[in-house]
Design a protein around this ligand. Structure first.
Ligand code: HEC
Length: 197
């Protein structure tokens, strides 16, 4: 075999084996598995996905649960099962994330179900996690006059976070959309016909 032919064969083998292992095999194993219901966000949560992207949440949070043989995501309680490629199909911006400074959020709506908890976290993360590196997103909230009793969504703030007397702090439209999005992040069960990945 001549030298150029050998090089060509080497290139073909290297790309071919890579394609088999990284494209064909995962597609064959995971392609036919479908979640039992459409888990893609809708309504206000779609806008929330844009707020998530615009605020750089994906620079500290991922949204992909790894299979048990590739990490301890499931053991840490970040989700009951691994993420599937089909789950990202409906999303325009796929927030897989680049770094994990905070927990994975692919299934956060399943473990945190209280909107107020999220508002509290976004307004001042240190009241939820003392000493955390997560920044505050209080610009997504507004301070409005308190007329009578506080609004149902008003944050109960104390200490340095407390608004001046006669005022209350409420989530703005972007904070509401973002929390709707976070609550929608659930890894729905797999369809009856699907194989367990
Ligand atoms: C600088 C990194 C950083 C950024 C940016 C960041 N976070 Fe976090 N976040 C963290 C860390 C770290 C924690 C875990 C708290 C701890 O232990 O310090 C966390 C925790 C959380 C949790 C709780 C997760 C759980 O499992 O209970 C949620 C929800 C969350 N962040 C949402 C967001 C959203 C939404 C944004 C964008 C608006 C954001 N974070 C931006 C670092 C970050």
């Amino acid at each position: 075999m001549t030298e150029p032919k050998r090089v060509l064969l080497g290139i073909l083998l290297a790309t071919g084996v890579g394609w088999l292992l990284l494209v064909w095999m995962p597609l064959r194993k995971l392609g036919p598995i479908r979640p039992s219901a459409d888990g893609a966000p809708f309504g206000r949560a779609v806008i929330g996905g844009k707020v998530y992207a615009a605020n750089g949440c994906a620079s500290c949070h991922t949204q992909v649960i790894r299979p048990p043989n590739l990490g301890s995501d499931i053991a840490r309680g970040w989700g009951a099962r691994r993420s599937l490629p089909v789950e990202y199909q409906e999303e325009h911006i796929v927030p897989l994330g680049v770094l994990r400074l905070g927990p994975d959020l692919a299934d956060v709506g399943e473990r945190r179900t209280e909107p107020h908890w999220y508002y509290r976290l976004l307004y001042d993360p240190r009241t939820v996690y003392p000493g955390t590196v997560m920044p505050s997103y209080r610009y997504l909230f507004s301070r409005v006059p308190l007329l009578g009793s506080p609004l149902p969504d008003a944050l109960s703030l104390s200490g340095r976070d407390a608004p001046p007397p006669g005022f209350q702090v409420v989530p703005g439209p972007k904070a509401r959309a973002l929390v709707a999005y976070l609550l929608s992040l659930k890894r729905v069960p797999l369809g009856e016909t699907g194989k367990t990945p």
